[in-house]
Design a protein around this ligand. Structure first.
Ligand code: ADP
Length: 477
């Protein structure tokens, strides 16, 4: 086969559009069938046409400048729009004439693929979930792609993450059930969904709901894993809060029913006694039953007060209405009430400020604070021991200290004592709801103050309420 003939064969059967362009006048000398398809003109029609006129836009380079580089050109086509092509130019000699040998390859498919890819990249960038791809052909399963969602959730940038196994999100928290499930799925090349405690770059924990799907190549070989990460921390916390509040509700109902039953039983008994034997009883006995009824009602009333306070406090509805109070007189009154309720007179009150000193405070909240602390001191100590109650002012703070020599509070219980329904392990048969200290704390906080305590089991406890001492206008401090 002659050289010319074999050239013609290749020329005609090529998949690309081929042109032979005269180097001197830049006109087409020859074109193949594919060139005809691309341009919508026959090879015969193309001959003699200025090559540059075949394009929608000026060529980026003159043909002789082209060397062997590719450039992108827009060929005027028979179709609805110009055809993007990749152009390669080679100088040659044909029939003793210097020519350019030009090859155009349809780049529209490639262009479309690139556009698709760009769209997908943009989609990946806009999803809030984390999307990762790791290389399953490498035993370390290194990350080869992370989207911006992953960067947002974890705080790690792509450059910090790529090339590493995802386990850097685990920190030292490796003993998790989800990890066992994940490991076994990875071993078997199976998809899985797990919930893991993961750690952001700043060390904070988040709950990661991770979906893993294996990706297989054409030959069925496992090549990649695609991971979708969703930060479900809020969802997990919401569920926990709900569970905790459900639990509180259950404890609450149990406690209230239990606590109400005791005074109600006494009340019913005394009422029945008075009804059946009233006229026959001595006045002394009658009096005792009436007193019992009164005590039971008082107790139920306080219980209702506490319950109401707690539920309003949980809802953030506790009003704070400070008024001018003569604090010493106020405290003395509370001590008297507490003595009456407990049929006890062990509280020794001292005020380290002059009579008539006035403070701004909310009387209802202060009443809650002192009633609960003094009642506890009485309840949890031996009737022979005194209860000390001191009020004073120091460094602009109003300090109220209630101290007893009672059973004290075991160390193990001290941390949780201000939470609702918490009672220490050493209360024995002493009645209580575990709401008192919670109410004390909330009431102090409502004043912008705090309550703290120290206690030694078997020796006693000291509670200190520390409030900002806002003197009433015209008052002494
Ligand atoms: P309760 O109704 O059980 O007295 P509180 O909320 O007032 O509830 O107190 C919570 C728990 O703290 C009590 O059950 C008790 O275990 C402990 N506590 C409170 N005050 C004293 C105290 N002065 N001495 C010993 N234990 C106390």
């Amino acid at each position: 086969m002659s050289q010319e003939l074999s050239f013609d064969l290749i020329f005609e059967s090529a998949n690309e559009a081929l042109f032979v362009v005269d180097a001197r006048n830049a006109c087409v000398v020859d074109a193949n069938k594919r060139a005809g398809n691309y341009t919508g003109r026959s090879p015969a029609e193309l001959r003699g046409v200025r090559f540059a006129d075949l394009f929608d836009a000026p060529l980026p380079l003159r043909l002789e400048e082209h060397d062997t580089r590719h450039s992108e050109v827009l060929l005027t086509s028979s179709g609805p729009g110009p055809l993007p092509c990749e152009m390669t130019v080679r100088p040659a000699i044909r029939s003793d004439r210097p020519v350019h040998f030009v090859m155009l390859r349809d780049a529209s498919r490639h262009k479309r693929a690139m556009k698709d890819l760009k769209l997908r990249n943009e989609a990946m960038a806009s999803v809030t979930s984390g999307v990762t791809i790791c290389d399953a052909r490498h035993s370390e399963l290194p990350l080869i792609y992370v989207n911006p969602g992953f960067e947002r959730i974890t705080g790690y940038s792509a450059s910090e993450s790529l090339g590493h196994n995802c386990r850097f999100l685990q920190g030292n928290d490796r003993d998790q059930e989800g990890l066992t499930v994940l490991r076994s799925a990875l071993k078997d090349g199976k998809p899985c969904k797990v919930r893991l405690r993961n750690y952001r770059k700043d060390g904070s924990m988040f709950w990661n709901e991770l979906h893993i799907s294996p990706v297989h190549g054409e030959d069925g070989e496992l090549t990649h894993y695609v991971g979708i990460q969703i930060d479900v921390t809020e969802r997990v916390l919401d569920r926990r809060r709900l569970e905790a509040s459900e639990e509180l509700k259950t404890r609450f109902i149990r406690m209230v029913s239990h606590e109400f039953r005791t005074p109600m039983t006494g009340l019913r008994a005394s009422a029945a006694f008075l009804k059946d034997y009233g006229p026959a009883l001595t006045s002394e006995k009658r009096e005792r039953h009436f007193l019992n009824i009164e005590k039971a009602l008082n107790r139920m009333n306080r219980l209702l007060d506490d319950v109401l306070f707690s539920s309003r406090s949980d809802a953030g509805e506790i009003p704070f209405e400070p008024v001018t109070l003569d604090l010493k007189a106020f405290c003395e009154e509370v001590v008297e009430e507490v003595h009456a309720i407990h049929a006890d007179d062990r509280v020794v009150f001292t005020a380290a400020f002059p009579n008539g000193t006035r403070f701004l405070a909310d009387p209802a909240l202060l009443n809650h604070i002192l009633h609960n602390l003094l009642s506890n001191a009485i309840k949890y100590s031996n009737p022979e021991k005194p209860v000390w109650f001191r009020a004073g002012e120091a460094d602009g703070r109003l300090l109220m200290v209630v101290e007893d020599e009672g059973i004290g509070i075991p160390l193990a219980d001290q941390d949780r004592l201000f939470a609702p329904f918490q009672r220490a392990g050493n209360v024995g048969t002493v009645k209580g709801t575990g709401l008192g200290l919670y109410i004390v704390q909330r009431s102090a906080e409502r004043h912008g103050g705090a309550v703290r305590f120290d206690s030694e089991p078997g020796r006693g406890s000291r509670f200190v309420v520390d409030l900002p001492a806002k003197a009433a206008e015209g008052g002494n401090p």
